[in-house]
Ligand binder design. Sequence first.
Ligand code: CMC
Length: 434
Amino acid sequence: MSTQTSATAKTNAVLTYEGKTLNLPIVVGTENEPAADIGKLRSATGLITLDPGYGNTGACQSAITFIDGEKGILRYRGYPIEELAEKSSFLEVAWLLMNGELPTRQELEGFRTNITRHTLLHEDFRRFFDALPKDAHPMPVLAATVGALATFYQGPETEKHLQDTVIRLLAKMPTIAACSYKHSIGQPFVYPQNRLDYCSNFLNMMFATPCEEYEVDPVVAHALDQLLILHADHEQNCSTSTVRLVGSSQANLFAAISAGIGALWGPLHGGANQQVIEMLEQIEREDGNADRFVARAKDKNDTTRLMGFGHRVYKNYDPRAKVLRETCDRLVNKLDVSSKLLDIARRLEEVALSDEYFISRKLYPNVDFYSGVIYKALGIPTNMFTVMFAMGRLPGWIAHFMEMRRDPDNRIGRPRQVYTGATLRPYLPIDKRG
Ligand code: CMC
């Protein structure tokens, strides 16, 4: 099922270059976003576009997620993120993203059961984990293990095989994530439990031990579920674009997701949530002075950035951060954990939001600003924060991969460049160099 429709071209922009005129059809999406279609630009004029960081480049048409960065709007398949975060569940949202519509009760039950029955990892993965260093960051462990799944589930990419891969990925991701953590602390893996829901099962695999049962706190499981919903998709971000680019070569879904995990790991993308908590802890250790830290983030001679602030698309408060800000308050009170880091985060936000540097650049808190404080309150270890982001983003990556694969106009992703290197020169024998 797919709600993909093609945007229609209603008018033209005109480009004139060296006496040649080219009409660029203006394609308008369902939320009235206009785009100039430059598909014929190079063949008609010899020009290519130059857009480092792709700030002005639409790489595809997509019916999955809508963002209005100026107004701070985020919707999955037309549904506001705030409503989904309050009323839905992660698996329901995963279905919505991948299939285009909210599931019926029967569809959701079937989906849940299917996922529950595929959570086990092949026992041979024990040896795979054994080969990895204990102090490895869980993100490359996750990327490597997801990539390795392709060696266990090979096969021609039929629709059935692809659907099985989707279920396996969603089902095994929490198991792999928990195993990567257990591996890092030298504890035995905990097997998945079919009686537990998606997030409770993950928490049990993380925190139960052979010596002690773990009682899942429903408040914690619910907060985690909400975090996963808020991270589930964000249209053409760095990791999703990576998944699409890898998938455009017809590489399999495991390979594409593994590459997406690698892209997400970077501190400017999903890795920022770990950096935020490290920043807050550093401020707490030093003197608790948020004002001084903000001054450093503004100083052009200092590489410090206010992590969890700023966004390529949002020039307003990130709507996900708004939800998390409230969740943070509730959790800190309910779970009776120290609110020190939250207090520092609040102060940082207050100082930054009234500072000319941040105001003029439209830098607001993003999703990572408060998520770290929540993970901390839930007892998730700091180096697992970005893994949590990956677990949440998985259905979004899958939805984009599927949308691209089903698009008959899909071509392999292959950007061009403006070459700035040496022009033609003769080869120099080694004794004539230097
Ligand atoms: N602290 C201080 N200055 C900043 C910050 C920040 N967090 N973010 C941007 N700026 C400044 C930047 O120095 C530049 O100033 P100037 O115009 O004087 O050179 C201006 O704002 C524009 O920044 P940019 O780096 O050109 O913007 P970008 O769109 O390329 O980068 C960003 C977006 C998110 C990478 C950046 O804002 C950043 O590094 N933020 C901190 C890292 C972070 O929180 N990342 C998580 C993003 S949300 C989760 C996700 O979707 O991945």
